[in-house]
Design a protein around this ligand. Sequence first.
Ligand SMILES: [Fe+2]
Ligand SMILES: [Fe+2]
Length: 308
Amino acid sequence: MAPTALADVADDHTLGQHLESISDAIDDVNSIKYDTKSKFDAAKDKATFRQYEDACDRVRNFYREQHAKQTVAYNLAARARFYSASRTRPRMTIWQAMEKLDTLVDESDPDTSLSQIEHLLQSAEAIRRDGKPRWMQVTGLIHDLGKLMLFDPALGTQGQWDVVGDTFPVGLAFDRRIIYPDTFAANPDTRDPVYASPLGIYHAGCGLDNVMLSWGHDEYLYHVVKDQSTLPDEALAMIRYHSFYPWHREGAYRELMADKDHAMLQAVQAFNPYDLYSKSDDVPRVEDLKPYYMGLIDKFFPQGELAW
Ligand SMILES: [Fe+2]
Ligand SMILES: [Fe+2]
């Protein structure tokens, strides 16, 4: 057994590193694209812009695949696998999940990129420094743990395109405000008379709780924690919608919102800077911070182990 297990771990490392590389490029595009105020007027202008263009090439190829493959059929199948009675759900505490993600997605170049656990702690620490509530701090701490989906074979995760990247609803016409909207031409749902219609399978004001968002680490973690924590709805929204840029940044899909979703939108918009822009802060000292965050984890995940 041992050699197989070791080989699996090596494969997981490779998977994890590829995932992290494209995930960083996506964040670069999201943070640089919209940051018109401060990023382009300093001495690092050119370097930043070159980094943006490089990231764009890779990110465009990534979205070409994602936008072709995120169909209604794929999304139904992914949820069926998640809820399947025959899937043995891995059991882990939050901290174990953080450590597992960190070992699976370890960085080859620690000078330029943060490890997963460092990104999570930085987000949480920035939220804490700003005096935000403890439920929001713990949300920052866990928001990317859904990336562990890549390493549970029973979930049938295909690759990076169904783990990371901006998210969007399926089952209605793809909005032009989604990044690289032309790449949806290869998605068969664009030729389905219902799925390609303005409201598709939904009705106006149906509420985002009733909308199927493209399957990825946000949606997966939301399904994991919604019944296994004492987190408020705002926290669940920050988890579920943190990559839903066409909605929280571009203003699309307002017609699907129910009353509740306006408060959720504010929460997600308040959370976004802590995800995107905390990456340049000081590298957190994991062992120093662990006791504080273990206390928060106990409060919001009182049962300890979660089924993933
Ligand atoms: Fe994320
Ligand atoms: Fe993140």
